[in-house]
Design a protein around this ligand. Sequence first.
Ligand code: FCB
Length: 420
Amino acid sequence: MTIFPKNFLWGASTSSHQVEGNNYNNWSEWEKENAEKLARNSRNQYSWVPAKDFFRDQMESPQNYISGIACDHYNRYEEDFDILKKLGLNSYRFSIEWSRIEPEEGKFDQKELEHYKKVVAALRSRGIEPLPTLWHWTMPIWLRDKGGILAKDFPVLFANYSKIVVAHLKNDATKWITLNEPNIIAALSYLEGRWPPQGKSVLLYIRAIHKLISAHKKSFLEIKKIDSNIQVGIAHAMTYFEAFDKNPITIIHKILADWSWNRYFLNRISKYQDFIGLNFYSRNRIIGLKRWRNENKLTSDMGWELYPKGIYYVLKELDGYKKPIYITENGLADSQDRNRAWYIKEILKNLEQAISEDVDVRGYLYWSLLDNFEWADGYWPRFGLVEIDRKTLERKIRPSAFEFAELIKYYNQKASSSSQ
Ligand code: FCB
């Protein structure tokens, strides 16, 4: 009988800019400059989103696109960790905000380092394993002004920042994620022109990817110097590319998509990682040269197809790396909480299947613990296990979160009865 391994990490994820509130970084400044425009363009931007009418008012309000106070998680983290505990979760992924730690180049803010030490201690005191991410996309203004990811010394600056943070927290966290989804940030910021600094060039995209590869490697080496037992990896976004016919063009397209999107980064850092963090959301269908996300069958509020089987296929693809795998993100925007419980349950069945075929999956962290700021989409997409009232910031645990908690109990019981 397949079971989730003992000590399996059951958790939820967030990132600093999306939940903390009152950040001052490249994103907060970009939001202010672009909120009006994003609101104005929302009809076009979301024309294909099935739930667009339901969210129209929010999509058309500039306020939706300003992160502002977010979830005020910076101050309310204890309350949020009590929720984790209540749900029986034993791990939490969050990110350290670079702009808080190094507000000026080379000047590190001790108070902010202490803040994250308290965050980690608050998790540990509740028996929750911290999985910190060093960089979940936002950066200090001085670094933006130097050219951001493309700045000549970005890798060195990132490695140095990593060293300071990890040295400070080394006794409290043993698993570190350097970068979140380098492929996504490079594509949306330098290829598709949707995120700051809105570049639109294949060349810039490739340069960004290579800067990030170098940044990860340097950071990995710095962390290992501090303590070689610390486990280091990235959180990597993968899509399940499915060939929808046997046409050679379709097949070649799929091979190239798998290689460039799913494997290129991992291949380049394969000797510089102890585990793989997998972020999985959706499937892409391929026919000939065409590729598209869904047929608007069963989708999230954002129109992303809900295809739980996809996680099984990408896990099989990752198996070749022979590293422990943590699902560092998986979830859906579902403001009415209609599909969330079903989706999680189906995802877990697929994890079980992968584990039964010896794929080394060691954790599942749902995205996200809280409804939060979904980048250029703002606040209307609701990913949380916990609903946030945008006016009062009151937290309300969604029914699906309790169902997730029940599933965890069930799997834990199964694990302990089989080890007796
Ligand atoms: C991922 C991001 C995360 C969140 C989810 C929905 O690509 O890492 O911050 O926005 O998507």
